[in-house]
Design a protein around this ligand. Structure first.
Ligand SMILES: [Zn+2]
Length: 226
């Protein structure tokens, strides 16, 4: 298993720093945010049904200004040691674990992150979805399988695209990988879901490869505003 410098550094800092709230630095009982800073005690359950063929989708928080800042820090760390951001890592981990516990149904046979394209992975140095998937896997006691899916096509950024365009943009973006049997029940993990086009595209590939049920878990859900 390969850990990035960033993950190792965050692990070390966890040992050195006492449990304080990442938002206001007050002491906490070990959670990443105190009750006052973690205003979203309710899960951000998406208010529309999951896109086919997802069986369910669960998000920890709505994608508001606060969540956007934390997720940007988690997702786009500065280069090198400046990129060590244990507070952002802790908040992301805390939220994704909470979402994992709220997913309906039994624990999955495997937890699979949405992969980055190889080129993007080289530029970025790590896939944030993989560290989220590891947290989910640990939380529910299932194996994490980061290589079950491969991104075979570099896709345009979705930000400017409409709902149907997003679906087209993600079509054929993924392939199932490996000669081993595809697990029957898989949870897909990503940072933010909007229309669910990315998750649905990955889920279709897994279903075609033999997976019976695919559920999605994300940090945040951003309601689609046409
Ligand atoms: Zn606080």
């Amino acid at each position: 298993m390969v850990f990035s410098i960033r993950e190792l550094g965050a692990g070390l800092l966890d040992l050195l720093l006492p449990p304080v709230c990442a938002g206001c630095l007050c002491e906490t009982d070990g959670e990443a945010l105190c009750r006052a800073c973690d205003v979203r005690s309710e899960l951000a359950l998406p208010d529309e049904p999951p896109p086919e063929p997802l069986a369910s989708w669960t998000a920890a928080v709505p994608h508001d200004d606060v969540a956007r800042d934390w997720i940007a820090r988690f997702k786009y760390p500065k280069r090198g040691l400046l990129g060590l951001d244990p507070a952002a890592d802790a908040v992301a981990s805390y939220w994704i674990r909470r979402a994992a516990l709220a997913v309906p149904g039994e624990a999955p046979d495997a937890v699979v992150p949405i992969p980055l394209h190889a080129k993007r992975l080289r530029e970025r140095g790590f896939n944030q979805a993989t560290s989220l998937a590891r947290d989910v896997a640990r939380t529910v006691g299932s194996p994490c399988r980061p290589v079950a899916l491969e991104r075979i096509r570099a896709t345009a950024t979705q930000t400017e695209l409409g709902r149907a365009e997003r679906r087209r943009n993600m079509a054929g973006a993924f392939a199932a990988r490996g000669a081993v049997a595809v697990p029957a029940r898989i949870w897909l993990v990503d940072d933010v879901a909007t229309t669910g086009a990315t998750l649905a595209s990955a889920a279709r590939v897994l279903r075609r490869a033999g997976t019976k049920e695919v559920r999605a878990v994300t940090l945040a859900w951003r309601p689609w505003i046409g």
